[in-house]
Design a protein around this ligand. Structure first.
Ligand code: HEM
Length: 422
């Protein structure tokens, strides 16, 4: 059978050219793989959910006589199936892990300079993947159609609709009309969430991995000492694939136990949507944006060529947009002439490392601002807008200078070394 296939498909050529390629080993290289495993689990659990979910807000009557939207009723049905709530929770928590792992993977790429020549293109594909993963998670928010889901999605609708000139069209594409209100919103978000966005993610992940295999992975620094000019690692098949298999099994096992122990909130906790909006906060990866919206005063509003530029646009689109543009330009600003083979050490690049730390502090402080109302209720000084602005702007600045000074003291002139030229 193998011989028959080999004669036709040149399997042994593929085995030699791709599967016997050495893959460098370092624990930080597993972050990209964990992102991949989370995506696979999301697709598998998602298939189960699609088989039992009804993407509609038509009224249905439950056995207890209540009339609720069909989407809401179908989540009750899923939770009532054997292991239904666990599979739904596995899907829920895997979305969190995928975004967290992709973000940590991005940090690894940034801290080690792996975005430089020749990997600029794959870095851009990676950025698109992170953006798509966040948008895919957002389109899944509304689907349970409980009061929490509707309130949280309403914030996103407001941000999308606030974009000057194109906001109306974007909101129409994503929500099929006003949200909440339009009957087309759930079917529209559903098709984006289960078909178009995962398809795009799968295609881009394939491209990302193909480019990585073609360009070869960067190597840890010790490889330069141990085997200069060679690739120090294990063959893709069988060693690397066996390691990946074990890690995947571990991932599924640990996540299944966690999902069983910490179920995603039951829809009954918030009930079907009502005109009253509960005080909800979005998930952690949107909390920094939510925080910015809390501290931008309503008075930050002006007209520009007939369009209204308001707080929702400034906090929800302009500031993240500026960060995205900086991230996109990075590999074309921080460059190197030779092809990078060995990882750069964070200690050798104090400016870059300090800027990354400052960015993390910015995210943390903006996330803290997301709790502004809670702080105000407790009478804490953190409920004050001026204090929160000082933390959001001053915290990153202080972090940058402190980190830079400390790195200079501890690592001296290490930055001037140019390691790992090809
Ligand atoms: C859905 C999201 C993603 C998946 C599934 C994914 C998967 C992977 C995998 C498995 C690797 C090889 C192992 C490793 O280095 O960790 C890799 C490498 C790489 N990824 Fe990603 N990635 C994703 C997102 C990103 C993001 C957000 C970025 C940065 C913007 C990025 C940039 C890169 C680069 C530059 C490499 C080559 C690294 C090197 O050679 O050192 N990826 N990715």
């Amino acid at each position: 059978m193998y011989k028959w296939l080999d004669e036709r498909l040149d399997l042994s050529g593929f085995y030699q050219k791709v599967l016997r390629k050495a893959f460098p080993v370092h624990h930080s290289f597993f972050l990209g793989e964990i992102t991949l495993f989370a995506f696979i689990v999301l697709v598998l659990t998602g298939v189960f959910l699609t088989l039992n979910y009804e993407p509609s807000t038509r009224p249905v009557t439950l056995a207890d006589g209540r009339t609720v939207p069909a989407a809401y009723a179908s989540i009750l049905y899923i939770d009532s199936l054997p292991f239904g709530a666990v599979i739904r929770s596995l899907h829920h928590w895997s979305a969190h892990v995928m975004i967290a792992a992709a973000f940590l993977h991005l940090l690894r790429i940034l801290l080690t300079g792996a975005y430089k020549k020749p990997r600029e293109l794959n870095y851009l594909v990676g950025l698109a993947l992170l953006g798509l993963a966040v948008v895919t998670a957002f389109t899944g928010y509304a689907l349970p159609y409980d009061n929490y889901a509707v309130t949280a999605t309403r914030i996103g609708y407001g941000i999308a609709a606030s974009i000057p000139w194109v906001g109306g069209a974007l909101a129409e594409v994503m929500f099929g009309g006003e949200f909440p209100g339009s009957d087309r919103a759930i079917p529209r978000l559903y098709s984006l969430h289960v078909l178009w966005l995962p398809l795009l993610l799968a295609l881009l992940i394939g491209l990302h991995l193909a480019i990585m295999v073609k360009q070869k992975h960067t190597q840890p620094r010790y490889a330069e000492r141990v085997a200069p000019g060679k690739i120090l690692g294990v063959p893709m098949y069988p060693q690397q694939l066996v390691m990946m298999g074990i890690l995947f099994a571990l991932y599924v096992g640990i996540m299944a136990v966690l999902a069983g122990a910490f179920l995603a909130h039951p829809v009954e906790a918030f009930g079907p949507p009502t005109p009253e909006t509960p005080a909800v906060k979005p998930d952690w990866y949107f909390l920094w944006l939510f925080g910015l919206l809390q501290i931008i005063p309503a008075t930050w509003q002006f007209q520009l060529f007939g369009a209204v530029i308001g707080p929702e646009f400034i906090g929800g689109v302009l500031i993240p947009g500026i960060l995205a543009v900086v991230a996109i330009l990075l590999p074309f600003v921080d460059t190197r002439k030779d092809k990078m083979r060995y990882l750069e050490l964070p200690s050798e690049h104090p400016v870059r490392t300090s800027a990354i730390l400052a960015l993390l502090v910015f995210f943390l402080m903006a996330t803290l601002a997301g709790y502004k109302i809670d702080f105000q209720q407790q009478g804490s000084i953190l409920g004050n807008n001026a204090v929160l602005w000082t933390l959001v702007l001053g915290g990153p600045l202080l972090t940058f200078f402190l980190s830079y000074a400390l790195m200079r003291v501890f690592y001296g002139k290490a930055e001037e070394k140019e390691p790992g030229a090809a």
